[in-house]
Design a binder for this molecule. Sequence first.
Ligand code: GDP
Ligand code: K
Ligand code: MG
Length: 296
Amino acid sequence: MSVKKSAIISIVGKPNVGKSTLLNRLVGTKIAIVSNKPQTTRTRITGVVTKGDCQFVFQDTPGLHKPRSRLGDYMVKVVNDTVTDVDIAAMVVDPVPHIGPAEQELMERMKQYRMPSVLVINKIDTVKNEDLLAVIAAYSEAHTWDAVVPLSAKTGENCDILFEEFEKFAIEGPQLFPDDMLCDQPERQLVAEIIREKMLRNLEREVPHGTAVAVEQMRERDDGLMNIAATIYCEKNSHKGIIIGKQGAMLRKIGAEARKDIEELLDTRVYLQLWVKVKEGWRNNQYQMRNFGYEN
Ligand code: GDP
Ligand code: K
Ligand code: MG
């Protein structure tokens, strides 16, 4: 069936509310990084779902935060661009009846731009039904929502309802992406994001936040095995030591965990080679940032 209408949905919200988990759930595959540490998602990730005659285009955006460096500025720019150029805003929140400054600011912007806005109260697997009512009441008082959907991105409960709500705001027009497309990011970037996720999971916070991953080679061998070579760039020699670990143990752990996910993503066996290099101050160097793929 050919697509006749589309909805572009920006998934916004403060860090750790479950935006990436929700995106993965909606797209049905792992295209965004999930971790319990903030700022995991550096780049804007777009997921595409085609259902019947409607195409849903989802954008996962970094959370709102104060910029610390040029990379921080860039991330804030991505957030601003995203909120102005989308059709629908889906604000994801934790199931607590307290509205923070990040939510406040997002609601103001939605109102200012007259965007259709859907409130997604996530993580309902962690609260009792009666506690949910207080959350709905608090948010309903603060903003006029086009829809309020309590769900669990983790278990999938209620996630299908979101599509119905978004479809109400779909706009007739030309097809935006091919039917079978899931994600607009090149595989190399996804592979790099997976390696970063494993560093975030395994290392102390200061180390992975100063790193970038460059995937230098991705080549499929005749027997189907995918050869991947990637370099982890860090800011200090001491960080390099931590990433590599005692007799290479940490790097092996990161590599083994990353390989498992990459195999799942690419649906093929993977041979992953990881290197660690020190590149001082890469975060403030615009040329290098472009090299790592952080430019629009
Ligand atoms: P983001 O920063 O908004 O993209 O949030 P993530 O998707 O990275 O999720 C942050 C943390 O919340 C992770 O540890 C997720 O596993 C967890 N999480 C996300 N959705 C749910 C949910 O529906 N229920 C529960 N219990 N945890 C969730
Ligand atoms: K996160
Ligand atoms: Mg995220």
